[in-house]
Design a protein around this ligand. Structure first.
Ligand code: F58
Length: 814
């Protein structure tokens, strides 16, 4: 795509005509978006070719980041920024009477993930390209992404997310690189020339076809890619003879069976069939990815025993943990490598990140299911387990309890976290506290057994998307103030501290925030008909809805404020707008009740004229990356209120900070490091500490009823859940029971007083406008550490042992 505006206009008109056979003026926004995307794609293709040549010549080590989720957000504007073409495109389109953002809005936001985990994976790809590391994503091309959330009578209803309905402008289908994946059947053990061989028979095959989505680096001519695997049947379309016999449905069975594997993100796995499909997905993309990597490695490097010198395989959480036995299978069965050497290659190649300590989220698969679906893989797992258990026995003679706890197969399940730890050379947590909890508590046996294997890599965010794309006015102000260096050296943001108390700079920051609040307010008004005042405090809580993330604490406190405002004459309070966003897992009953409660409270408060608009509550429907781009820049207060110890890191907290919101949070996950970076005076903390939480879990001693009886505010809001204060109050009995009869698993009531006090302190700080603005500026200035350029460099140096490519890439004529 030309950097010259006039040439671009000409090319745009010409391309439009060639694709659609009509003039631009007659086109829809979708057609115009597709035209622009195809021009951008031309540009990317050239740089991609160049990058590949460069990688081939330098033969630097490559990393493959395996993740079952990627949430990249829309691509168009991000690519334009990275290619240095945003301004030119904007002006050229403007002169053609087209608004770039109208076209950008046409792009479906690929929702190929649930939340933070998938977003982190996409952010890492962005940084890999930005710092010029040969790093690639491996995932699944789900036909349907994470569900679209609708509210009906305040309840979450899930609709399918057909993100491919208009096609995806960025993907490159590569059928010539397809792989074959085998499921089911059985394994026959035989002997060939004195060697034991394992012959897999009577299996079903599925074809894995890769679709590559290019990932552009920031103004550095680097293009990496995200490879998403799609499942297809081998049989051509459908069985003609079956169809001809009149068995119309059966004729398509094979095709449907094969394609179901990549049809949808996370099927309901509460049923056996659901679990089976999920396990199939995991093996499907892991096997396709590894076969692909080994094939490529062999053509480029030859001797398979050097695999780990040129290839790093990273497994993001345990969903890709079958990489361990699958790589063993490829090495032993297909490449003829001896077990011990294969094990050394495997463990030196693979590394693993853990993202949660929640026991229910530590994956395990029923032995019978693995055996049925992946018979050869199960044999390998048994062998890995047997050898590992022997090692543990040798280390702790007679300590059967240790063996029982650490075994990979136990109690009828394959434990994927144990497999991941044993099968990799590095295990990392995603924030300092999280890593310590892994080392000292959840995985202490393994930490003792493998000294040095556990390490921390605090998460990060792609600061370019969250400022240049989501908050361009802020980006411009920063650049006008400290120059452009911060864009690829985000620690430079620190220089802004010199302006923290500057009244002119403060005013500019405040004006940008106000504009962003207006933008969000007008979206809310248009979408939900709710009027919110941009001069009120925008207090935002956006993330997956989960018990431990404590949206319930937030909304109970809103109910408390509402009680105060209604009942205290002349109660002096700065008007507040409480904004929520997030989806609940479809089968998570309690989370769905919380959604219903927030919507019910919103309905009640927003329609109560007696409180004169001093509180508004808005639940943004269908929270996704695009909506996040609207919300983060508009926040005054960032709600990060998880039960201490439970949030592994959080990354939304970092996006708020970068956009100048002040965190009101517990000392959990990366909040602690945010406070360390920005200073306690620029952070509003509350709540009990992780140690206390973990001790309660271990030793008991917490009594929710005591707090209910002691604190009248707590009693009041709990009672209001069920006493008829809320319409449809029978809907909230489960929440009441959870808090009181089931003893408040996430310590909502325990932290209520401290939370209310934090809100009071926040309000005091906000009244002092100069003080507040300086807090916002300090937050922006100290957020550079949380760029995932830093995180990815740490992974590359300390885990993958990969250096960035130093050779300068240049296109012909540049
Ligand atoms: C998140 N995990 C952590 N899981 O909760 C968050 O603290 C952390 O910042 C982030 O990972 C990145 O490290 C997360 O998002 C999921 O989405 C699960 C995926 C599998 C199904 C259940 C949700």
């Amino acid at each position: 795509m030309p950097a010259d505006k006039e040439i671009l206009k000409k090319k745009f008109k010409c391309r439009f005509l060639h694709i659609y056979g009509k003039n631009v003026a007659e086109g829809t926004n979708l057609e115009k978006y597709k035209t622009l995307a195809s021009l951008v794609r031309d540009e990317i293709s050239e740089k991609w070719l160049l990058t590949n040549i460069n990688y081939r010549e330098t033969n630097e080590k490559k990393v493959y980041y395996f993740c079952i989720e990627f949430l990249p957000g829309r691509f168009l504007v991000n690519h334009l920024i990275n290619l240095g073409l945003k301004e030119t495109a904007q002006e050229a389109l403007w002169e053609l009477g087209i608004n770039l953002s109208d076209l950008a809005d046409q792009e479906e936001d690929p929702g190929l993930g649930n939340g933070g985990l998938g977003r982190l994976a996409a952010a890492f790809l962005d940084s890999l390209a930005a710092v010029k590391i040969a790093g690639f994503g491996m995932g699944i091309r789900y036909h349907y992404g994470f569900f679209e959330q609708k509210f009906v009578d305040g309840n979450q209803v899930e609709l399918s997310d057909n993100w491919l309905q208009n096609g995806c402008a960025w993907e490159y289908r590569k059928p010539q690189e397809a792989q074959t994946i085998k499921f089911g059947g059985h394994v026959r053990v035989d002997s060939v020339e004195g060697r034991t061989v394992f012959i897999h028979e009577n299996f079903e095959t599925v074809r894995a076809v890769p679709y590559d989505i290019p990932i552009t680096g920031y103004k550095n001519n680097t293009v990496n890619y995200l490879r998403l695997w799609s499942a297809e049947a081998f049989t051509k379309d459908f069985e003609y003879h079956t169809f001809s016999r009149g068995e119309y449905t059966r004729a398509f069975e094979n095709k449907i069976y094969a394609e179901s594997i990549s049809q949808i993100l996370y099927p309901d796995d509460s049923t056996y069939e659901g679990k089976k499909l999920r396990l199939k997905q995991q093996y499907f993309f892991v096997s396709a990815g590894l076969q692909d990597i080994v094939r490529r490695f062999k053509t480029e490097n030859g001797d398979i025993s050097n695999l780990f010198k040129k290839v790093a395989v990273h497994i993001n959480d345990t969903h890709p943990a079958l990489a361990v036995p699958e790589l063993m299978r490829i090495l032993v069965d297909e490449e003829g490598v001896k077990w011990d050497e294969a094990w050394e290659i495997t463990t030196k190649t693979i590394s693993y990140t853990n993202h949660t300590i929640l026991p229910e989220a530590l994956e395990k698969w029923p032995v019978g299911l693995v055996q049925e679906l992946l018979p050869r893989i199960y044999m390998i797992l048994e062998e890995i387990n047997a050898r590992f258990c022997r090692e543990v026995m040798e280390r702790y003679p007679g300590n059967l309890e240790k063996v029982r706890q650490m075994a990979i197969i136990g109690d009828g399940f394959v434990r994927m976290a144990n497999l991941s730890i044993v099968g990799s050379h590095s295990v990392n947590g995603v924030a300092k506290l999280h890593t310590e909890i892994l080392k000292q508590r959840v995985m202490h046996n393994f930490n003792e057994f493998y000294p040095g294997k556990f390490n921390n890599k605090t998460n990060g965010i792609t600061h370019r998307r969250w400022v240049l794309l989501a908050n361009p006015q802020l980006g411009k102000l920063i650049t006008d103030t400290i120059g452009t260096k911060w864009i690829d050296h985000p620690l430079e943001l620190k220089r802004l501290t010199a302006w923290a108390k500057d009244p002119v700079f403060q005013e500019k920051i405040a004006a940008i925030k106000f504009n962003n609040k207006k933008r969000l307010a007008s979206f809310i008004e248009k979408k939900y008909g709710i009027e919110v005042d941009p001069a009120s405090i925008f207090d935002i809580h956006i993330k997956r809805i989960h018990g431990y993330k404590r949206q319930l604490l937030n909304i109970l406190h809103v109910m408390h404020l509402y009680n105060l405002v209604r009942e205290t004459p002349h109660y002096d309070m700065i008007p507040r707008t409480f904004i929520f966003g997030g989806k609940a897992a479809p089968a998570y009953y309690l989370a769905k009740r919380i959604i219903k409660l927030i919507n019910a409270v919103a309905e009640k408060i927003n329609n109560d004229n007696s409180i004169k608009d001093r509180i508004k509550v808005v639940f943004l429907e269908n929270y996704n990356v695009s909506l996040a781009e609207l919300a983060f820049p508009a926040a005054d207060v960032s709600e990060q209120i998880s039960t201490a110890s439970k949030e592994a890191s959080g990354t939304g907290n970092m996006k708020f900070m970068l956009n100048g919101a002040v965190t009101l949070g517990t000392l959990d996950g990366a909040n602690i490091e945010i406070r360390d970076q920005v200073g306690a005076e620029n952070f509003i903390e509350f709540g009990i500490l992780a140690e206390e939480v973990l001790n309660y879990y271990q030793f008991g001693g917490y009594k929710a009823w005591d707090i209910y009886h002691r604190d009248p505010r707590v009693k009041r809001v709990c009672d209001q859940l069920v006493d008829g204060f809320m319409p449809e109050h029978q809907e909230f009995q489960a929440l009441y029971d959870h808090l009181l009869h089931h003893n408040d698993e996430f310590f909502v009531l325990r932290d209520f007083a401290s939370y209310a006090d934090a809100h009071r302190r926040m309000e005091e700080m906000y009244r002092d406008r100069k003080k507040w603005e300086s807090m916002c500026i300090n937050n922006i200035a100290c957020s550079g550490f949380f760029s995932c350029d830093r995180t990815i460099r740490e992974y590359a140096n300390e885990i993958w042992k990969i250096d960035p490519i130093t050779k300068i890439l240049k296109l012909e004529g540049e």
